[in-house]
Write a protein that binds this ligand. Sequence first.
Ligand code: NAD
Ligand code: MG
Length: 427
Amino acid sequence: MSSDIDAAPCICFFLGHGINENILVGTDEMNMSSNTPPRRLSIFGSTGSIGCNTLDVISHLGGREAFQVCALSGRGNTDLLARQAIDCGVEIAVTADEKRYKDLKRALSGSGIECAAGDKALVEAAERDVEWTMAGIVGMAGLAPTLAAARKGADIALANKECLVSAGSLFQREITAGGGRLLPVDSEHNAIHQVFDRDQSGSVERIILTASGGPFRSLNQNEMAKVSPAMAADHPNWSMGLKISIDSASMFNKALEMIEARHLFDLRPDQIEVIVHPQSVIHSMVGYCDGSVLAQLGAPDMRTAIGYCLSYPKRPDLPIERLDFAQLARLDFEAPDEKRFPALRLARQAMEGGGLLGAVLNGAKEVALEAFIEERIGFLEMADIVEKAMDQIGPGETASSIEAVYDADQRARIIAREMVGASMAAQ
Ligand code: NAD
Ligand code: MG
């Protein structure tokens, strides 16, 4: 199984509601005032699940009349990237994979669209002057372009949770210094953002992140030891990229989200709770000092969160499925099992240890996830590898600079690769 999901012939088939060739020709009167110039924006990771959903939201909110897409980026599927670029009439399309430069150039020939490849080109594209950037690249690879956009003052719609998990307050400081806003796209954080009373943040006692429990919610450890990447990628409720789907099955996604929430909402670790809610209708909740709990509910469709970030502080009119409570009939909840899902315990350890442990957890997890996708290690070994990397590097190192974050990430990856090698040798 390839880990590069957008290397598939066309990601539209991977998405429930997907995209089509005419994605940017939709019209909607709300953003179509003839006096307002189109808003300039960029989408990094446009060929992925978040990227395609972002283009779909744009098509519903006025398309090219309302938005001028400056840059798009992808890595695997150059045909899709080129098609998106031509539909949007972008200035520049960037593939992160230098080996695909020629393919992209060929697909864009005659369009007048600039074409570039590689990590440096991604950063340069992110430095172009835009009001809003979708950070939709998966993994640590998203940090550099997102930081570049933040430093230039763009509002950052943050889907890439790895930025906050790894660089935490350093990343937030860069956004503040740049003058843009940080708008959380992750459905849980977007939900909390919607119900978090920032004027009375002292009255917030706790936040409650909901988790679907993933496809292995009711498997025992013996059964979990034998699952395949395809089984792990089969998320019960959400249609997402390969890596986040498997992270949801191991609950590493929730682990990353706990750390992300700590930074976004400036909370202590003990104020962050997780509850398994298999229907994924409540996207998360905030508990206040008077016992009130405010929740945001909706269909499991990322376009709500993306539209919220795109139109903030207004609410856009979007064709998202409306909840029918009579049909739903019930909402279930259960406590997460940290024995079967050690990722949650490791997230607490990373939050309590602070410093660079978030970067270590994420770096080791990315290596372990890749190894699981390539069937070099088993599902349960991912958490063992992350735990060993965290134990070896340990807490106590302060995140003094972005360079220190990258260094911790690299050290964690080296340890994780050694462990993957040892596990394979023992097989
Ligand atoms: P995806 O795999 O569907 O898409 C990832 C995008 O990043 C693609 O465009 C891909 O080409 C690009 N990419 C992959 N590796 C790259 C690299 N090394 N350098 C540059 N570009 C690269 O992933 P996704 O599901 O859209 O998730 C994107 C991010 O959003 C992740 O951080 C994920 O955790 C987060 N997120 C996703 C969802 C969702 O519903 N999909 C929800 C919440 C948060
Ligand atoms: Mg989420």
